[in-house]
Design a protein around this ligand. Sequence first.
Ligand SMILES: [Zn+2]
Length: 98
Amino acid sequence: MANFRVHPQQSVEGKGPGIDCIDIVNMLGDYLDGDLSPETAHRCQHHFSECSYCRRLFEEYCTTISVASELRDIPPPADVRTRLRSRLLEHLRSGSQK
Ligand SMILES: [Zn+2]
């Protein structure tokens, strides 16, 4: 298992202004559902503005969703979040195991 810098039990709400990629991974579902508090959602957006990797994954997700909604024949890509999340986790693992 990778050792992330952020303690999983540490709430994002109590943290400083910045959040890490692992926070994005943990909150991705809630963020996409709009279930985060406005402040926390704002922190996510701030992270996207600073982290090109998370931003790219997020943009890719949005593109996939919009393409899927245009092509009504295919079902909503319910597994996209799971793939997004696992890809981000892979990225974090490879980055922390140098
Ligand atoms: Zn990131």
